[in-house]
Unconditional design. Sequence first.
Lengths: 385, 125
Amino acid sequence: MGESSAAATPEDLKITPLHGLHLELGARMVPFAGYDMPVQYPKGVLGEHVHTREAAGLFDVSHMGQARLKGPDHETVAAALEALAPGNFKGLGAGRQVYSLLLTDKGTIVDDFMVARPAAPEEEGSLLLVVNAACKEKDYAYIAARLPENVTLEPLEDLALLALQGPRAGDVLARHARQAAEMIFMDARRGTFDGIACHLTRAGYTGEDGFEISVAADKAEAVARALLAHEEVEPIGLGARDSLRLEAGLCLYGHDIDETTTPIEAALNWAIPKRRREEGGFPGAETILDQLKNGAPSKRVGILPDGKAPAREGTEIFSTSGEKLGVVTSGGFGPSVGGPIAMGYVQTGASDVSTEVVLMVRGKERPAHVAPLPFVAQRYYRGKK
Amino acid sequence: MSDIRFTKDHEWVLVDGDTATIGISDYAQEQLGDVVFVELPDIGKTLEQGDEAAVVESVKAASEVYAPVSGEVIEVNEELEAAPGRVNEDAMGEGWFVKLKLTDEDELDDLMDEAAYAKYIKELD
């Protein structure tokens, strides 16, 4: 049997504050973005995936980069970030978070990241960023080089980040952090978890309701253990994190988006709000605004294989008449879908839902069709109906 | 003669007369995790020792299953198409992949017996 995996010597790998806990819980560890990370626990990827959708899963995402962008006031900091990314940061309310994209001057994607404006007045003039682990150094260098003199970027290296995701996440977290109950999707609040200072955001990357909990590195294990003590909560590894986000139609940087794709090609148009479309003023705006108006040559779409064979990243996509349309950028098995699912780029002319395509899987033609994203409905908590 | 042998890549082969049944070891299924898809070769296909005989996919990844010995495919375990999880449940039995008509019995000498394989996987962990 052969399975290709990137070789890295354990000595070169960094660890998160929960590394010891992962080992204690029986995790299988793999190198990921320079860190020794749990890919799965004894429950297995399938079981962990289903558990997250049905109850609550705890993820260690401490490898991700947390940083503070700081300036004299919100207007100044927001303007500095608006020069790098197409989000509406000036209009971001206190205590709110938004997903955005760092862009190259060509309008392609340096990284996707989260931006929170703290709720507390004493933090006025700060934005809290969460960037991808593999992009940390690149992002920080890119941002720092382009900031005005009165705005600084401060990486927050002594923080851990935990994600609690799933339909029971809100209920469980509220037992430790009462602030959780008052938050809706994309809210951001400082709070306490059993008395431990933390920053909570009601967000995540699974398509489920859930929270991310930013806490001092030396307090992370106490928080994790308190959450895992509830029967609703199981530890979840990177394997299920990947299948959950794929079902939710969410992009994985370095796979579905990178410095060769624009937000429009990536079908992330929603990440460019109205004011930024009208005003421009972000890197690559000319290209992006032109693509918004006239369309891009290719587009990210959902791909649903008609049979049972998964189509992995790199699988070529053809039209039924044999013309190459593009390539799969994420693909595998969707446990909640109960079959294979994929995302990839196709020529825009072939991007309509239900378009029949052919996937070349190990030299065999496998019929598939373009499908709407997400594959599993997102269940974010937007307040009581 | 009925005898089980293992490869370093964690396939097993059980020879009965000139029929060689091939599967993956219990260690391999555990490493893979939940099997969600199995691709089997066409009947009549001739495989050389080390050729790709089948593909087994977990949620995470696809892995090749190599032929531990050379031979012609005479039967495949079609049950696995509907129930790939059988590989996890009974890797050494009901979860077999392919039956070959053995062409060169001497190839078995290259492989490990059960005791040698047990020692081999112990050293891997």
